[in-house]
Design a protein around this ligand. Sequence first.
Ligand SMILES: C[S@@+](CC[C@H](N)C(=O)[O-])C[C@H]1O[C@@H](n2cnc3c(N)ncnc32)[C@H](O)[C@@H]1O
Length: 257
Amino acid sequence: MRVNDNVADDEWEWYIGQIFSRLIENVCQAEVNNVVEIAPGFRYKIAYALKNINFKETLYVIDTSKEVLKYIAEKYKTILPDSKIICINKSFEDSFADVPNKIDLLLSNHCIDDMIIAEYMQTYYNNNQKNENFKDMLKEAWIELGKDENKIDEISNHIVHIFNDFFKKKKINNIIISQYKSNLYFNEQFKEMDEITDNCFYSVKSLITMDEEKINKILDFYPFGEDERYRGKYLLDNTQNAKNWIVGKFKNKSFKS
Ligand SMILES: C[S@@+](CC[C@H](N)C(=O)[O-])C[C@H]1O[C@@H](n2cnc3c(N)ncnc32)[C@H](O)[C@@H]1O
């Protein structure tokens, strides 16, 4: 995500939601009766996506922040009034027993960077999510983490293991996770977040069978029609490019770090 405007940009939420719903419609062959979402933050892209596909079933939302889940419970109810929203106030790693063993669809928008930095910052992360200086705190933490290769490897390996474990223990029909580059990446002064996240994301992606060509065809669309802002290379090479998405099924091969 864009490290941290505290208030969501509704147009951006809608735009990313359009991409998710288009992917869901094109890759999910069977009915989608239960969905798990990891780490929504104070955002609602996935709710918009599920609204687009007329989802009326059960959504499990996992986030370590109580405040986030309070927000999600209220916000998602307005967008998805006919769905059952089950909020799980745990880390992804500790939430396995709280979600079904058979999952139709696992969704997450841009969670890998957040999982990395939250693990690095520990309670300092969760206690400050609503702090107006959170953006600066995050930036400082990323720059500090960027100097510690061992810590980057340790945290990244841990996160890949969590996903691998989850994929192994659950039967998941379809997995859709994004990790496009943040706006900050294009600001020459701050690349640590996206560069540190890349390896971890690609390792999680390597656990999944994915047809990149097919996904790129699905992503080749213009949600804003004639709106020139959304037709440039920046988005087609970033948010609407398969390289920045995980879309598919677990390969079920053992992972070695
Ligand atoms: C910035 S938000 C995520 C961005 C959001 N999905 C979006 O669409 O822009 C990060 C969220 O991840 C949560 N989080 C971080 N690490 C987590 C973990 N290991 N398990 C569950 N939630 C986590 C935080 O509590 C926070 O609410």
